[in-house]
Design a protein around this ligand. Structure first.
Ligand code: PLP
Length: 397
């Protein structure tokens, strides 16, 4: 390992980068031109984009663009201060009231991103002397929030309620407060947790339950508000967070909860307090996105219908997949195989990212296919053909 504390200037940076490159783990940025309708130009080639989180195809929707422009015209390009200074515009409150109604909770609070929301919420709810029980596959922003809080950190095996109960039974009594955290659609596996079992456990062990609906918001549930709504558990989950940056086609994040808990966060959540409020353009797009989710339910229905078709077709072709949502991971195994498969799909005009360690466990490298509203059954069947070819080539080789 490079010695970060060494005296040789930046030599350790060079060592680190070379090492990453040798292991085929070097991350690099690739400029993209958005062509709209689910297509991008990348590495000089036009591709269908299967790595986007714009699940409902709302980024670039004329109503979001118009709302965003109108808000800039009337309120300017910046909020000019944090919410507790003079950046607290009326439109922030309008969006928060809309969000609370959407999620079926008393109140909501806007954060500048999902990353900042998880940091700010978790760090403000828990501290030294508390215990946090987190699914092992939870997003990095949740992990970072827990580490920042200084609470004792327990990871339970993915969606394993026996393991969670084992941990609660052995450790819950040591802490004043206990917080259980899960995602409702897991970003790299596309599956969901047994939510009602989680609710039972948090009641039994007098803990709080927080869920991250980043990949569920706008897609699941009768109103499209997420998995918590779909499973009828809104009143049983104390803290529901999610983002505007994925299916809602915009940017920023929210937490929905009781009015008093929101007041508590306004007073204690450092990533909320010490950051300039989201600009009017973003708030305008967010309000328009919530309206579209309400008024255009066919978008989520078509999306889930197409995702179901895609999953069933892969299964029919004996390809190993995970989950049950618009995120479809194809497990390939080794990092090298995932990289090669992704390259071959790119050659055929499909942009599919390989996901490898450290994002997923060793030996579980995968192609993560993210289906959006723009991908018709016709496009999906072309992708199916390409996947079949590409994976066959790999097996034969
Ligand atoms: C994307 C994501 C976040 C972060 O949200 P941003 O708004 O992109 O910062 C948080 N949690 C999960 C599960 C995510 O997938």
């Amino acid at each position: 390992m490079p010695d970060k504390g060494g005296r040789e200037g930046l030599g350790w940076v060079e060592e680190f980068l070379l090492q990453r490159q040798k292991e085929n783990l070097l991350r690099t940025l690739k400029p993209v031109v958005s062509l709209g309708q689910g297509k991008i130009r990348i590495n000089g080639r036009d591709c269908f984009d299967f790595s986007s989180n714009d699940y409902l195809g709302l980024a670039g929707h004329p109503e979001l663009v118009a709302a965003s422009n109108r808000m800039t015209e009337s309120c300017g390009t910046s909020s000019s201060a944090s919410r507790l200074m003079s950046g607290d515009l009326e439109i922030h409150h309008e969006l928060e009231e809309e969000t609370a109604r959407f999620k079926g909770k008393e109140a909501a609070l806007i954060f500048n991103s999902g990353y900042q929301a998880n940091l700010g919420i978790i760090n403000s709810l828990c501290g030294a002397g508390d215990g946090i029980f987190s699914d092992r596959l939870n997003h990095a922003s949740i992990v970072d929030g827990i580490l920042l809080s200084g609470a004792r950190f327990f990871r339970f095996r993915h969606n394993d309620m026996d393991h969670l109960e084992f941990l609660l039974k052995n450790h819950r009594h040591k802490f004043k407060k206990a917080l259980i955290i899960t995602e409702t659609i897991f970003s790299m596996d596309g599956d969901r947790p047994p939510l009602s079992a989680l609710v039972e456990l948090k009641d039994k062990y007098k803990a709080l339950l927080m869920v991250d609906e980043a990949h569920a918001t706008g897609i699941f549930g009768e109103k499209g508000s997420g998995v918590v709504e779909e499973e009828g558990l809104i009143d049983s989950v104390e803290i529901i967070m999610g983002t505007f940056g994925k299916a809602l086609g915009s940017f920023g994040a929210y937490v929905a909860s009781s009015r008093r808990l929101i007041e508590y966060l306004v007073n204690t959540s450092r990533s909320f307090i010490y950051s300039t409020a989201l600009p009017p353009s973003v708030i305008g797009a967010n309000i328009a996105a919530l309206r579209l989710v309400r008024e255009a339910p066919h978008r989520r229905k078509d999306l889930l219908d197409n995702a179901c078709y895609f999953r069933e077709s892969l299964k029919d072709n004996d390809i190993e997949i995970r989950g049950s949502s618009q995120i479809v991971p194809i497990i390939v195994g080794e990092s090298d195989s995932a990289i090669k498969a992704s390259q071959r799909l790119e050659d055929r005009g499909f942009w599919v990212v390989p996901v490898r360690v450290p994002t997923v466990p060793t030996g579980e490298a995968r192609l993560r296919i993210s289906i959006t509203f723009h991908h018709s059954k016709e496009v999906l069947s072309k992708l199916l053909e390409a996947i079949d070819e590409v994976l066959k080539v790999q097996v034969l080789k």
